[in-house]
Write a new protein. Structure first.
Length: 309
């Protein structure tokens, strides 16, 4: 494994104006050609969620919170963790319905009015009982080399997800979707707590694929470090490959916890290529304040290229 020592710079919190949430998680920004949209999981009360939607002229914000995405009719204990992509005049949203139980689906919604309203267009993926995808969650769409993919977390045992991939068999986000299996597993990330390890906490989750300007593929996801107490282990890490199916070279955790707090955490993130930089929106919390909030950081793309060589 090659360790990438905290390359993300110029970090700062994101301001969300217009609505007061208990916590905000799972940020996913997307540019529709005229403005930025930010989707995420808004926690309104313990175990109560909305699908956050905010808009801004710049990634840095300030972000103005819109009405939450209407998910009426979508059934699940945690309809959240949106993954978004813009395609011409449409915004496509993929949502989990569960995350810590067997079962679950990935639901597909589309907006054709700039994000004002979303319409459910069907189920993209369903869990497959008795397989490595008996539970599925954390979907994120990606366009790589002109092909449409969904990367997501999947598991046969609750709490032990790996990173899985599916590919649309048509030039449409409607699919149908061909499952390609796991592309990154526990053993591939040596800093991650392994199956059977003392105090094992959770598996790999929150994955996203990003096509880099040089043609390589960046995977950003979440692991849980060894050697720390539960509730202090979650970290964003990067991996790179020549193609979406890998094999991936794991670069390691890329963010320190807020204020250098060793027992703080950072988690689910979305990366955007902006000129010669990679901009990362992510969730973080400190040991003193365990509520999740959003932050932003940047790193030069050249740094990834140097580490890869």
């Amino acid at each position: 494994m090659t360790t990438l020592r905290h390359p993300v710079l110029q970090r700062g919190q994101l301001a969300l104006n217009g609505r007061d949430y208990l916590e905000v998680k799972d940020p996913c920004p997307v540019f529709d050609g005229s403005r930025w949209h930010l989707f995420g999981t808004a926690v309104t009360a313990p175990h109560a969620f909305e699908v956050l939607h905010a808009v801004a002229d710049r990634l840095e914000g300030p972000w103005e919170v819109s009405d939450p995405v209407d998910i009426l009719g979508l059934v699940g204990s945690c309809v959240a963790a949106p993954g978004a992509v813009a395609d011409r005049d449409e915004l496509h949203l993929f949502l989990q319905t569960e995350y810590c139980i067997l079962g679950g689906r990935v639901e597909h919604l589309v907006s054709r009015d700039g994000g004002a309203t979303f319409v459910s267009v069907g189920t993209a993926l369903e869990s497959l009982p008795g397989t490595g995808e008996a539970g599925i969650y954390d979907p994120h769409p990606a366009l790589v080399a002109g092909k449409r993919y969904l990367v997501y977390s999947a598991f046969s045992v609750v709490g032990q997800p790996d990173v899985h991939l599916a590919r649309s068999t048509t030039p449409s986000w409607d699919g149908p979707w061909e499952r390609l299996g796991p592309v990154l597993q526990h053993a591939d990330v040596i800093v991650h707590n392994q199956h059977g390890s003392e105090g094992y906490e959770w598996g790999l989750e929150g994955p996203q694929l990003v096509e880099l300007p040089d043609g390589r593929v960046l995977l950003n996801a979440v692991c849980f470090l060894t050697g720390l107490p539960a509730g202090a282990r979650q970290r964003v890490f990067f991996a790179v490959a020549d193609a979406p199916l890998g094999p991936f070279d794991v670069l390691g955790p890329v963010l320190v916890p807020p204020e250098g707090d060793r027992h703080g955490e950072n988690g689910h993130a979305s990366a955007v290529v902006a000129g010669d930089e990679l901009v990362l929106l992510f969730q973080e919390r400190s040991h003193a304040d365990p509520l999740w909030r959003l932050a932003l950081a940047r790193t030069p793309l050249a740094l990834l290229a140097l580490e890869e060589r």
